[in-house]
Unconditional design. Structure first.
Length: 475
């Protein structure tokens, strides 16, 4: 029976269409990340469903490509990098699959990450897919005309033929899913195969099409490590449960009592370094904290909470002349806890009132621009607030605590036990292997966010080519 909505309705009306789509997606996951034997002529006419068993049948293997082992490994890395939003690994994987970039041109890893995450997005039924296609065309048009001029041409010289076949395969998956009225998490299914390929310590599980990365990680011991006190025992239980549920990979937690001589109340470590680094986290494991300055700002705000100046459930006022607005509870602004947890809804890169790049160098102008902004979405969803976090913290200090951020920061710095503060990895640890890297960012950019970001920044860099901020940004 042909794999089409009309044929299945007529001859196999009771068949599970979602299982057929899942099998088709897994079929291509195996080809690219495991076997390397790739069907190079993907189109609906080559897809059938066996009447008796209901199994998917793929015809016409006359046009095939055999990928060498190093390429299937590279594609597995690419799928894993896209799923975990690992920009460094994505860059390595693209080079390994043969994508060569134009000499002297600028490579934007975040742009490619957004494109691949969009290309590997969940498939949708036809009524939803039509709206998405229209939106995609508009966003692509915006990126072409409003973005940096270098994106009006291809940013690479050569894209490997296999990558083009991957595009054809994805087109087929969306076409079939739309026709059958099925939504399917394409990236999640392919990730199961990719991760199985990249996890040699679980070679026997490479054939698990529905395996999640968590299933490949080593199980924690059934008995808890010996705890020094009840607090440490409770923390260990909590973190181990989080690990078992897939809510964290690895963590260290130390509870200090600075008001007495008790010192360390609890010090525990749980989990592993990362999906592809199953070494256990210890109390001496180094973590890459990325943007550590946000940690300092969060500590400064939490000191205000400890002092009783503000509460975690206090909300920022909503009137645009004094602070930010937009939350999950109608007219109220985001809470202090929303701000600290990157759940305030202001994850956009720049506020609309920033008219020129130089505005970002003026603290009061930039703060007012964020205060007048509307959130990109209601508060509640955790998305990394790369551009707004500091200004939101400043708003908390000014409008809820009656303090200026600089004052609060200075008090935090004065309270530290040392004046020699370094927010960098020490030189002796640069080459250390015992470093746990973040396995996943809080979120990834959507195509709409990328389009806005590059159109905005592109205008700054090219319309104000002679300005000092533009020169600094290009350099």
């Amino acid at each position: 029976v042909r794999l089409s909505s009309e044929a299945l309705e007529a001859e196999l009306p009771g068949i599970d269409r979602s299982q057929l789509v899942a099998a088709l997606v897994d079929h291509y996951g195996v080809q690219f990340a495991i076997d390397g034997l790739f069907h190079a002529d993907p189109h609906p006419g080559n897809l059938l469903v066996e009447r008796g068993s209901g199994r998917l049948v793929v015809l016409d293997w006359g046009m095939c490509i055999t990928l060498p082992r190093h390429l299937t490994q590279a594609y597995a890395k690419l799928f894993y990098a896209v799923a975990s939003t690992d920009l460094w690994l994505l860059t390595d994987a693209l080079q390994e699959v043969g994508v060569t970039f134009k000499e002297g041109d600028v490579f934007e890893p975040s742009l490619f990450m957004g494109i691949f995450r969009f290309a590997l997005r969940d498939s949708k039924p036809v009524e939803m897919a039509g709206q998405e296609i229209e939106k995609t065309m508009q966003l692509g048009d915006d990126l072409y005309w409003k973005g940096p001029k270098r994106y009006q041409k291809s940013p690479f010289d050569i894209m490997g033929g296999e990558m083009l076949y991957l595009g054809k395969a994805l087109e087929l998956l969306y076409m079939v899913s739309s026709d059958l009225g099925v939504s399917h998490p394409i990236l999640q299914t392919i990730l199961g195969r990719a991760f199985g390929r990249l996890a040699p310590w679980h070679a026997s599980r490479r054939a698990a099409s529905d395996a999640s990365p968590q299933q490949f990680l080593p199980a924690l011991p059934k008995s808890l490590p010996k705890a020094r006190n009840s607090l440490e025992g409770e923390i260990l239980t909590l973190l181990q449960n989080f690990y078992a549920e897939g809510k964290l990979l690895g963590a260290q937690l130390c509870v200090l009592d600075s008001s007495s001589r008790a010192g360390v109340l609890a010090e525990v470590s749980v989990g592993v370094h990362g999906w592809l680094k199953p070494e256990p986290v210890t109390n001496s494991t180094l973590f890459n904290l990325l943007d550590i300055s946000k940690l300092g700002l969060a500590l400064a705000v939490l000191r205000l909470v400890d002092a009783g100046r503000i509460k975690l459930n206090d909300r920022l006022p909503t009137h645009s002349t004094s602070c930010v607005s937009g939350s999950s509870s109608g007219d109220d602004g985001p809470t202090v806890e929303d701000v600290l947890g990157h759940r305030a809804g202001f994850w956009q890169l720049l506020p609309p009132d920033i008219a020129e790049l130089g505005d970002m160098l003026d603290y009061e102008v930039a703060l007012k621009a964020w205060q007048n902004a509307q959130g990109a979405e209601l508060a509640g969803s955790q998305r990394y607030h790369s551009g707004s976090f500091g200004y939101l913290c400043a708003s908390v200090c000014r409008h809820l605590a009656g303090r200026e951020l600089q004052e609060v920061w200075d008090e935090l710095a004065a309270a530290l036990p040392t004046k020699d503060l370094h927010l960098t990895l020490p030189p002796e640890a640069t080459d250390a292997r015992d470093v746990a890297l973040p396995a996943k960012a809080i979120t990834s950019m959507g195509f709409d966010e990328l389009s806005f970001m590059f159109s905005k920044l592109g205008g700054f860099l090219y319309d104000e080519a002679g300005s000092a901020p533009a020169r600094a940004a290009r350099e």
